[in-house]
Design a binder for this molecule. Structure first.
Ligand code: ADE
Length: 419
């Protein structure tokens, strides 16, 4: 079996951590049991490009239980948990191509290695597999049943492809499921981003001015959790509606250029480029922390920061590079400007990835069940699957809810009743 990982000796520790996450992923485990019976992926190859974490490992094992042959590459050069990669290879015989800290060239070599296995389904987190297939591996399109996409950023890329008529197989937008973005993006990103910043710096958050770029589902989770730790939170937005929501949630809202001289900690999760730019660096306080929780490492303008710096940055802690500017101010870039929650911490906790990855697994099965019937476009997860995931999650938490009485059903269906 071909693979490329850091160190096979790490496998036993990886397995213990995969098992630990397993206990928190009851919805995915339920799907896995169904897969063991039905074997929906028998004879099919699944190529995945996802963060190599304990939670992803449990997803891969569930797909394998459904009969799939799997190959996995990292969806970010800094997010791989090397012990998990080792365990997947050693204990589960799943080829993994991922090493934490790999350079960009290796990152893309690993994506090619997954594509070399000629997948019938691709599972993407950021659309790198899909865009590589469409750009340079078009011979694979013929055998493709379709793919699934995990993130907002990936779905934006896919919709652009579909609008151009460039998308050549159906894609399931897992992120659009309510059981994904309302929970994973908000509570997962919120908690794990603060976890990443704290692990990277050991800073006290209470009393700091935390500036959050954006007020989408991820960034509002970050704003919420930063406030919970005692920060004074400032939100920046380009969308009037979201800005209004942020204000009514009790956050301060202002343009980034006004927040720049006030902020102690900056976190961006907008999905867009250069949210923190040269003009902001020019007025920031000495010692400011710069972090990103968006998918790509483009939200902080790293080339500008390098250009403004009088020397190479100093690595002052494992995930902190300190840039000294001409006037002596020091700006601290966390996790190389890559997803701080996965670079310096362990990503979203298993209990929330449980729902996202149950959605991934069900979406992959949906592609198989509907092969030949789908168009080359971006599909949202069917509402029934979303409801099912929410129901299973509540059941696993031991929580029951009410059902409508006959009288209530009738009332909702009638138009004659009123005052
Ligand atoms: N994205 C964010 N957190 C993650 C995790 N724990 N595993 C896989 N993908 C993630």
């Amino acid at each position: 079996m071909d693979y490329d990982i850091k160190n096979m000796d790490l496998a036993p520790g990886g397995r213990r951590r995969i098992d630990w996450a397993h206990q928190e992923m009851s919805v995915l485990n339920g799907v896995k049991e169904q897969f063991e019976n039905d074997r929906p992926f028998s004879g099919l190859r699944i190529g995945a490009c996802m963060h190599v974490t304990t939670e992803t490992a449990n997803l891969m094992v569930a797909l394998q239980a459904g009969g799939a042959d799997i190959a996995l590459a990292a969806s970010n050069p800094l997010s791989t948990q090397d012990d998990v990669a080792a365990s997947l290879v050693s204990h589960y015989e799943i080829p993994v191509f991922a090493i934490k800290g790999e350079d960009n060239e290796t990152y893309f070599k690993h994506i090619e290695a997954v594509l070399d296995t000629k997948p019938n389904i691709v599972m993407d987190d950021g659309a790198d597999l899909v865009s590589t297939i469409h750009k340079s591996r078009r011979e694979l399109i013929g055998d493709m049943a379709g793919g699934t996409e995990e993130t907002t950023t990936g779905i934006v890329r896919l919709r652009a492809m579909a609008n151009d008529g460039a998308l050549k197989f159906p894609m399931m937008a897992v992120n659009d499921a309510l059981t994904k973005h309302l929970f994973d993006n908000r509570y997962g990103t919120g908690q794990s981003t603060m976890d990443g910043i704290v692990r990277a710096t050991n800073y006290l958050i209470a009393g700091r001015n935390v500036v959050v770029g954006g007020f989408g589902w991820c960034s509002r989770g970050i704003a919420m959790r930063a406030r919970g730790l005692g920060a004074n939170v400032i939100v920046t937005e380009v969308d009037h509606l979201k800005a209004l929501e942020a204000i009514m949630e009790g956050f301060r809202v202002m343009p980034m250029i006004e927040a720049a001289p006030i902020g102690d900690i900056f976190v961006s999760a907008t999905g867009d480029i250069h949210v923190l730019d040269r003009r902001h660096f020019e007025v920031m306080k000495d010692g400011a922390l710069l972090a990103n929780s968006g998918h790509f490492d483009v939200e902080i303008n790293k080339p500008a920061l390098r250009d403004m710096s009088i020397a190479d940055p100093k690595r002052v802690r494992p995930f902190v590079e300190q840039f000294t500017l001409k006037d002596g101010r020091r700006l601290n870039l966390l996790g190389e400007g890559r997803l701080i929650n996965l670079a310096a911490a362990e990503g979203h906790p298993a209990a929330v990835m449980d729902m996202s990855f149950a959605g991934q697994a069900m979406a992959a099965k949906y592609l198989v069940d509907n092969q030949g019937k789908l168009e080359n476009k971006v599909y949202t997860i069917p509402k029934e699957l979303d409801q099912q995931i929410a129901r299973f999650k509540l059941e696993s938490m031991g929580i029951q809810i009410d059902t409508l009485t006959e009288e209530q059903v009738q009332y909702l269906n009638s138009w004659e009743e009123g005052t």
